[in-house]
Unconditional design. Structure first.
Length: 343
């Protein structure tokens, strides 16, 4: 993980004086900047030794700051929040570029952090090449299931709370963080952790019941739960989950779309399983993560391909009736939820 590497380098005085952070895990990028600031900038002299710049059209103000000596400190720190000029979408004029290249080579008094959030640097640019040569480019990727589970356990443990690995994994797979193209960040996960700790401050033990009661589950997680209960013919629980989703302002048509999507995935999983593919082969072929595959595998034990085909035909019929105005979306959704249309 890039943060651990940066922390180690900062602690041991080996952090390059110009670094580039990029990637789609905003929390650890921000946390790394905060740690560098904590390590090198005395709060008493922060106004003199720390500067932030947003998107820059030129580097004039930047050079004015970095070319003055630190005040009562070994280092200054400069943060450029949107270093678009290091991506394919932006550029520097030749004079600024040459000056920055020279500065990266000779600078000793100021640490500069260039940030690119949600994008990546253009490796063809001279400045990016120079930073890579100095091993000063760090990518912050999203955590996988194992890493997120460990992160959750560590956060609880750090605050003297106990949580079982299975419950930490349950939380990891239900926050929405791991879902395809998810916009849920570790900031959201941390909010959920803090909320659960606040509620359990007396007991210090986190249980699965606490998670079910307090967590805001992602739409995809709720769809899995909804399909589970429909497969089990547990209508009461199915309508509880449906009501929870609707109370969170999830659009009815979107819920229908997600249920249909879930059954299509389940159908494909069953077909591949029937063809003799192993669990790992199916996961690779469908390009799905382990926690999704495990839920599909569980649901596949309750339904065969013919039954799923029948359900999907009925879904299409209900969708047709909604679109032609024969029934409204809410009724269509309730028909689907009610034991798969009374099938």
């Amino acid at each position: 993980m890039s943060f651990n590497m940066i922390k180690h380098m900062a602690d041991n005085g080996r952090l390059p004086n110009c670094v580039l952070f990029y990637g789609n895990e905003e929390y650890f990028m921000d946390y790394s900047v905060k740690y560098i600031k904590y390590k090198f900038i005395d709060k008493s002299y922060e106004d003199m030794n720390y500067a932030e710049f947003e998107k820059l059209d030129s580097l004039k103000d930047y050079f004015e700051f970095v070319n003055t000596f630190p005040f009562m400190s070994d280092k200054k720190l400069c943060l450029i929040k949107e270093a678009v000029f290091l991506t394919s979408a932006g550029s520097l004029d030749k004079k600024d570029e040459e000056k920055l290249l020279e500065y990266i080579e000779e600078n000793e008094d100021c640490i500069t952090v260039f940030l690119i959030k949600g994008g990546k640097p253009d490796s063809r640019k001279k400045v990016v090449k120079k930073l890579k040569d100095k091993k000063a480019v760090f990518e912050f990727t999203r955590l996988n299931e194992k890493e997120l589970t460990k992160y959750i356990m560590d956060e609880f443990k750090k605050n003297k709370f106990n949580i079982l690995p299975a419950d930490a994994n349950y939380m990891a797979t239900n926050t929405g963080y791991l879902e395809y193209e998810s916009i849920v960040s570790l900031y959201h996960v941390n909010n959920e952790i803090n909320k659960i700790m606040s509620h359990n401050n007396e007991r210090k033990n986190i249980t699965s019941a606490d998670l079910d009661m307090l967590m805001i589950k992602s739409v995809e997680s709720n769809i899995f739960r909804l399909v589970d209960t429909i497969c089990e013919n547990n209508k009461r629980k199915a309508f509880e989950i449906l009501d929870e989703m609707l109370s969170n302002n999830t659009p009815e048509q979107f819920i229908i779309h997600m249920i249909v999507r879930q059954y299509r995935m389940l159908y494909r999983y069953v077909l591949l399983q029937n063809k003799g593919y192993s669990y790992n082969d199916i996961m690779n072929k469908m390009k799905i993560k382990n926690f999704v595959a495990s839920k599909l595998a569980r649901q596949a034990t309750r339904l065969n391909a013919a039954t799923i085909e029948y359900y999907m035909k009925r879904f299409l019929e209900i969708d047709r009736k909604i679109k032609t105005g024969e029934i409204d979306q809410r009724l269509g959704l309730e028909l689907i939820t009610n034991g798969i249309i009374g099938g």
